[in-house]
Design a protein around this ligand. Structure first.
Ligand code: PLP
Length: 350
């Protein structure tokens, strides 16, 4: 194959994180510690009667209706799709010309720059400050077609100050995307403001607090004009009919959502103390994961834990996250297992 057959912007890509999972305990992807959404599972079992010989709703109309009810917005404020990753992809396809610049924070979600790159754009990162807060002045004075941030920020786990995010939205006349994949854990959201700000897009997911990562369901909200532009770009039918049903059932089960958030808030201090007791540095978290810096190389810790059946995610080679790793905040049982295995690793390498 001639390398030039591949589009120039896609030539030097690497495969995404793809661990050997087997039966290992997954604390590497910040999914819901309580497991799959029970109401979603019930709806999934009932899906055997669906006529999958037909296409799903082109734009996921029923789920958009449910979301509109929940947020007191209009159906047409919402675009739903195959995970919030699809939403991010749609945003790039809709607003960014090839060669244009998208401003992201550093460090942030690894796939933000991926979606820019595969769509032919370039990412201009603006470093977070030492406390991992936004450098508002720097972002607002940086030229770029749109701004993309996530709060709570992955992998640092902190949220950005609401006033700072507001200053980005109000500071420049360009789209500002607020990725709230972990928004349910904070109780704070910019989503209700999409009608107030015609340059605001908020993305959200069913993969985290709703416990449905395997179903691949995400959504975004924006003012009617931007939402309409994005709806036309989205691949029709990208949310399958089973995903739509399951998401609607999960949306109604507010008790599971509340339990999911509660367990994280209860377990965070336990896990944090366990990591502190090991001598590791921990960073403040408002999400369902913790970033920490172990006293041994983070890649070694990650590798050794994997051998012992626990997956965490290493970020140690990323600038500003030198020797850091991230773990999901699990149930007490999961956190105890993780800490016990960490103790074993530490004992074995001394
Ligand atoms: C910040 C952030 N945004 C988006 C996503 C993608 O989520 P989804 O499963 O909805 O595609 C993730 C997943 O880890 C994430 O951490």
């Amino acid at each position: 194959m001639d390398k030039n057959w591949i589009r120039s912007t896609c030539r030097d890509l690497e495969l995404y994180y793809n661990p050997d999972v087997g039966s290992k305990l997954r604390m590497d992807t910040s999914t819901n510690a309580l497991g799959a959404n029970p109401a979603g599972m019930k709806a999934l079992r009932e899906c055997v009667t669906l006529d999958v010989g037909q296409y799903p709703s082109t734009y996921g109309n029923e789920l958009r209706r449910s979301l509109a009810d929940l947020y007191h917005l209009k159906d047409d404020n919402f675009v739903v799709g195959n995970g919030s990753d699809e939403a991010l992809d749609i945003i790039m396809k809709t607003f960014m010309e090839p060669g244009e610049t998208v401003i992201t924070a550093h460090p942030a979600y690894v796939l933000h720059s991926f979606f820019v790159k595969i769509n032919g754009g370039r990412t201009q990162t603006v470093d977070l400050k030492d406390d991992f807060q936004l450098d508002v002045d720097k972002i607002n004075s940086t030229k770029g077609k749109l701004v993309l941030i996530c709060t709570p920020n992955n992998p640092t786990a902190n949220t950005f100050k609401m006033d700072d995010v507001k200053a980005l939205i109000e500071g420049c006349d360009r789209p500002v995307v607020v990725d709230e994949a972990y928004g349910e854990y904070t109780g704070k959201s910019f989503l209700p403001l999409v009608e107030k700000y015609d340059n605001l897009i908020v993305t959200r997911t069913f993969s985290k607090a709703y416990g449905l990562a395997g179903m691949r369901i995400g959504y975004m909200a924006a003012g009617l004009e931007m939402a309409s532009a994005m709806q036309k770009v989205k691949i029709p039918y990208s949310l399958n009919m089973i995903g739509e049903r399951v998401a609607m059932a999960a949306l109604k089960d507010r008790a599971f959502l509340e339990r999911s958030v509660k367990v994280v808030n209860e377990e965070r201090p336990f896990l944090q103390k366990g990591l502190d007791d090991l001598g590791f540095q921990t960073f403040p978290s408002e999400a369902n994961f913790l970033m920490f810096r172990p006293t041994i190389p983070s890649d070694q810790l990650t590798r050794e834990l994997s051998k012992k059946g626990v997956l965490i995610r290493d970020f140690g080679r990323i600038r500003k996250l030198e020797n850091c790793a991230r773990t999901t905040i699990g149930t007490r049982e999961m956190n105890s297992t993780l800490l016990a295995k960490m103790k074993e690793v530490m004992a074995e390498c001394h």
